[in-house]
Ligand binder design. Structure first.
Ligand SMILES: [Zn+2]
Ligand SMILES: [Zn+2]
Length: 116
């Protein structure tokens, strides 16, 4: 029995090695998958949060305008063009702090920053 041991040990080592490599690949793959799922989840959450914040900010702004707390100016704060202006939120956590922009300026801002 004793003389077979080295051979056996070698075979065992090889087996373990194979197992280890196989497993390592599997572990790596699954952690990659986990990471992918997690980052997707986080992204989704951030997107949803942004979306909710945006809607909330717009609603608050509209009601502030309706109640006369905020006056909608008649010209764009960037180019001074007269006409209908949009309230642009630079920061949705400050719903009543808006920049009043004409359609063109507003569109330009959103092309640069398609998040807001
Ligand atoms: Zn905007
Ligand atoms: Zn403008």
């Amino acid at each position: 029995m004793k003389e077979y041991y080295p051979k056996n040990a070698q075979r065992m080592r090889a087996k373990y090695r194979k197992y280890y490599i196989k497993n390592r690949e599997r572990v790596r793959a699954s952690s990659r998958e986990k990471f992918r799922k997690l980052s997707y989840k986080l992204k989704e959450r951030a997107r949803l949060h942004r979306y909710t914040a945006k809607r909330k900010a717009r609603r608050l702004l509209r009601s502030a305008i309706d109640q006369g707390q905020i006056k909608r100016p008649s010209k764009c704060s960037r180019c001074g063009r007269r006409g209908p202006v949009h309230g642009h939120h630079a920061d949705y956590s400050k719903p009543l702090s808006v920049e009043w922009l004409c359609t063109l300026c507003h569109g330009e801002i959103h092309r640069k920053d398609n998040d807001a």
